[in-house]
Every structure is written in structure tokens, then in C-alpha cells.
Design a protein around this ligand. Structure first.
Ligand code: SER
Length: 319
């Protein structure tokens, strides 16, 4: 049985990945960690406070629990990264490098998500190939490409079992994302129910790849469970499930919330980032090398998001 450490377990992905991994591998085999206490996660399994920019505590926890797999989910997202580029570089890269160094010392595998943000304006926009020009123009993207290169370096040079996927915008109904360019596609669902109106910061016709959280969680597990002999790539695999514009998403939500009112107030920083990213990725390498196959599409994701968030409002968990 694996012994897993999730670093950054309080974030949008970490909060759900921790429960998902605990369901698969057992509560005691998945240690959650974050820079501050996360009450919902603390109660059902081991929890440690770790500042991922410091390597000592990370090494201590890996040794204490005999960890063999690290999921490093620490990152400042793209729009926040443009407001404070050096902070983004320092946090994103030091969390990664500390994870890789500790993994090298203690023989752990490492998963660190990359992103559609690893691509840039010179990248082919539609059907973006697995191996293509990257050259991102955001600090977030610079960190993601550097992270991919560092992870491959640690694999080739030191034999650390590093693997990764390039996540699109992740749509979820547990923990909100923050400071990302794709956040609008989550926030709209809350506002559709809360106020019936939404001000969108991204232009109505901007395509970006998106994915529902259950598919993202499956990707995290499947790529780490994949047969290493079949992996031609490692850091990092394109994965995709749906690509839409704000207009397309709002039309789908309006099928269920007909009175939803959407206006646009485009945020220039977020829009510039969105313009530099691909419209849709080609995920054929992930499909061929480890059997990637998403289950959700725009229709099923929209229905489920409205159902789950609606229930939370009804129960008074959300206001
Ligand atoms: N969701 C991220 C962002 O918008 C992209 O990976 O920054």
C-alpha cells in the first residue's frame, strides 16, 4: 500500500484529492499537510503543518510517516502571479524543488501539476500537441515550464519517479480556486444560485480548456499508477475534457437557470493571460500511454454543479 503525502491539501485540488486518495488507499496512508490547519481534512486522517518553501519539516514528515509518494499541489495561480511575480516564482519553485530534493533523499515518487498556462502565444492554439513550442508569457507559466523541466531532470539524472499532467481550469464545488484566470467558470455557478447575476471578467468568445473535478482527481491517481514501461512522456501530459467560451457556458447554465443575467467587465490582466493560452489541447499521448479517458462533459458537469451547490445553499452551508 502506498504512503502518500499531500502538500497544499487546503487548496482547491488538495482538499478534494486528499479525500479521494483516502478512499482509495485508506485514511492512515494519506498524510495531509498545509501551511495552516485545515479542519475538514484534519478530522479523518493524519495532518501536519508544512510550509513547503522550507525543506526541513517536509523531510521530517516524509521520514516520520515513511512516505513513498508526494503530491505537491502548492502554487500561486496565474492572475495572482502577475500581480506579484517574484512571490509566485519563490513559492511555486521552492515547493517543487524541496519536494524533488526530499524525494531524491527518501526514494519517493512526485506528482506536481502543470497547466495549460505552460503554453504561450506562439503555441498552436487548437488541438495543441503534446510536444510543441511553449514559451509562456506569464510568471505562472514560466514556473510551470521550469517545473516540467526540473521534474524530468530529476527523473533522468537521479531516477526520481516524477509524473505530471497539464491541468486545464478545474471546475469544482468544494473549495473555491483563487487568483486564477479560469476562476470565472467556477464562480458563475455560485452566483447563478446566490444572486442570479454574474459579471464576467473574461471576454464572451475566449475559449479555454476546462475539466470537472472528478476527472481531475482520476487523472492524478491514474498517472501515478500507470505502468512506467508504457510512459514515453512524464512531465507533463496534456489532458483535456471540455473546451468552451463564457458564452457557451452561460447558455448551458441558462437551460437550468433561465433568468440568469450575465454582463461583462473584462479584466485586462486575466484577458491577456487567456489570450496567450491554447483553446483546446490534444490529449492523445495521455490516452495512449496511460489510458486517460474523461467522463464528464459540459452538460453533465453543469447539471451536477448546480445540483451540489444548490443543495449547499438549501442546507444553509452556503449563503
Ligand atoms: N486554473 C489556472 C489558472 O487559471 C490554470 O491552470 O491560473
Amino acid at each position: 500500500m502506498k504512503k502518500i503525502l499531500v502538500v497544499g491539501a487546503g487548496g482547491q485540488i488538495g482538499s478534494e484529492l486528499t479525500s479521494h486518495l483516502r478512499n482509495i488507499y485508506g485514511n492512515d496512508n494519506v498524510v495531509a499537510s498545509d501551511i495552516r490547519p485545515v479542519d475538514t481534512i484534519k478530522s479523518d486522517g493524519p495532518f501536519e503543518i508544512i510550509d513547503a518553501t522550507e525543506s526541513l519539516k517536509l523531510a521530517y514528515v516524509v521520514q516520520k510517516y515513511n512516505i513513498d509518494t508526494i503530491y505537491n499541489l502548492v502554487a500561486l495561480l496565474s492572475a495572482t502571479g502577475e500581480k506579484n511575480p517574484m512571490l509566485a516564482w519563490n513559492i511555486n519553485m521552492s515547493a517543487l524543488i524541496n519536494s524533488l530534493e526530499v524525494a531524491k533523499m527518501y526514494g519517493c515518487a512526485v506528482f506536481t501539476p502543470s497547466s495549460i498556462g505552460a503554453f504561450g502565444p506562439d503555441t498552436p492554439k487548437d488541438g495543441t500537441p503534446q510536444d510543441t513550442i511553449m514559451r509562456p508569457t506569464t510568471m505562472y507559466g514560466v514556473c510551470k515550464v521550469s517545473g516540467e523541466l526540473m521534474s524530468d531532470y530529476y527523473f533522468h539524472r537521479f531516477g526520481v519517479d516524477t509524473r505530471s499532467v497539464r491541468f486545464p481550469g478545474i471546475i469544482s464545488n468544494n473549495t473555491l480556486p483563487g487568483g486564477g484566470t479560469t476562476d470565472y467558470a467556477v464562480e458563475i455557478f455560485y452566483e447563478a444560485i446566490r444572486s442570479g447575476s454574474f459579471v464576467c471578467p473574461i471576454a464572451s468568445d475566449s475559449y479555454m480548456d476546462m475539466m470537472y473535478m472528478p476527472d481531475a482527481l482520476n487523472a492524478c491517481v491514474q498517472v501515478m499508477e500507470a505502468d512506467p514501461k508504457k510512459l514515453i512522456h512524464r512531465n507533463s501530459f496534456n489532458i483535456a475534457s471540455m473546451s468552451f467560451t463564457p458564452d457557451i457556458l452561460f447558455a448551458e447554465i441558462k437551460k437550468h437557470v433561465p433568468n440568469l443575467a450575465v454582463t461583462y467587465n473584462v479584466d485586462p490582466i486575466k484577458q491577456a493571460i487567456a489570450n496567450s493560452w491554447p483553446n483546446s489541447l490534444d490529449d492523445s499521448a495521455a490516452r495512449a500511454e496511460w489510458g486517460w479517458k474523461p467522463e464528464s462533459n459540459l452538460e453533465s458537469m453543469t447539471k451536477d454543479m448546480l445540483k451540489v451547490i444548490g443543495e449547499k445553499f438549501k442546507a444553509g452551508i452556503l449563503k
